[in-house]
Ligand binder design. Structure first.
Ligand code: HEM
Ligand code: HEM
Length: 254
């Protein structure tokens, strides 16, 4: 067992495993959180494929087919990695000297934007999950429903109703989408440096173009989805059996 000499500064667990922890931070941002974001925005964009919401309903059914496995899959596949990434993200933000390495060839603006968009994504996700996810229900949220009480499809109507519930919700979603997408696209660029894949300035520049194109495409998908829900025609009188979302249409915007 190693003896601790008074002249040797005590090394904390975090410092000792810093390299591995930073790699895990990078990895969780890419897989599963980054992959989730891509699939989530694509699934939401299916609202544009059929204006009656049937394609979006199908996307939701495919995920909900996991039945009792849905909750553990969501926890292990999204929430735990996201919580780890976000917590460490805040730690990095509040101890700023830790990283300037990756931006040697980049620029401080993107360095700052990566941190700002991470924080915006954090608050957006909390608000969004409260609003849409069933676990927001005890706190007055949880407006999304895959089916109404009679079992009829309600995914598109409840999502659209939530987004249309107040004038400021769609702009807030636009900010959440654009921040998350920038954060992912710029994050992929920095992660290529983190993992030693793009080392030379030339390869970093080339990766920059690819990440920009990726980010623009994903932003178009996300904003397309948003506009699909914002303009979705809600059936008169509340329908899609949106259940509590229907009854809270005017009441729920905090
Ligand atoms: C057009 C924009 C968006 C729409 C219409 C939308 C819609 C939804 C809906 C309906 C749910 C509930 C799904 C369910 O319970 O089965 C949900 C969950 C979720 N959304 Fe979004 N979303 C959008 C953008 C975003 C963005 C930008 C993020 C950022 C990362 C995000 C992160 C999440 C997360 C983490 C969950 C919980 C996932 C889970 O536990 O299964 N969403 N979203
Ligand atoms: C929308 C969900 C998110 C995705 C897809 C995501 C993805 C990523 C990726 C891929 C990276 C690059 C890692 C690297 O350079 O190796 C990154 C970095 C970062 N993320 Fe996230 N992230 C998300 C949410 C968050 C949240 C909620 C925070 C909390 C503040 C956060 C804070 C950070 C910070 C500070 C960095 C920069 C780390 C550094 O300077 O090295 N991220 N993220």
């Amino acid at each position: 067992m190693a003896e601790h000499h008074p002249e040797t500064p005590a090394v904390s667990f975090g410092e000792k495993h810093y390299f591995v922890i930073r790699r895990l931070h990078s990895l969780t941002g890419l897989v599963p959180v980054g992959v989730f974001l891509c699939f989530h925005l694509l699934a939401n964009a299916s609202i544009l494929a059929a204006r009656d919401g049937s394609e979006f309903q199908k996307s939701v059914e495919r995920i909900h087919a996991l039945g009792p496995f849905l909750f553990p899959v969501e926890m292990i596949g999204i929430w735990i990695p996201l919580a780890f990434h976000a917590l460490l993200g805040f730690q990095i933000i509040f101890t700023a000297e830790m990283n300037t390495q990756q931006y040697r060839y980049g620029g401080n603006v993107r360095y700052m934007l990566q941190r700002t968009t991470g924080m915006i994504a954090f608050f957006f996700i909390i608000y969004h999950a409260w609003q849409m996810h069933w676990f927001g229900a005890p706190l007055g949220g949880g407006f999304f429903r895959a089916h109404d009480d009679g079992g009829a499809p309600a995914a598109a109507a409840t999502t659209a109703r939530t987004i249309q519930a107040a004038w400021w919700i769609a702009p807030l979603y636009a900010v959440g989408i654009l921040a998350s997408v920038f954060h992912l696209a710029n994050g992929i660029w920095t992660s290529l440096i983190t993992w030693g894949i793009t080392i030379r300035p030339q390869s970093q520049r080339a990766a920059g173009y690819v990440c920009t194109v990726f980010g623009v495409l994903l932003a178009v998908v996300g904003m397309g989805a948003l506009s699909g829900f914002r303009t979705f025609r809600l059936p008169p009188g509340s329908e899609g059996g949106a259940g509590r979302a229907a009854s809270t249409q005017t009441a729920h915007a905090p």
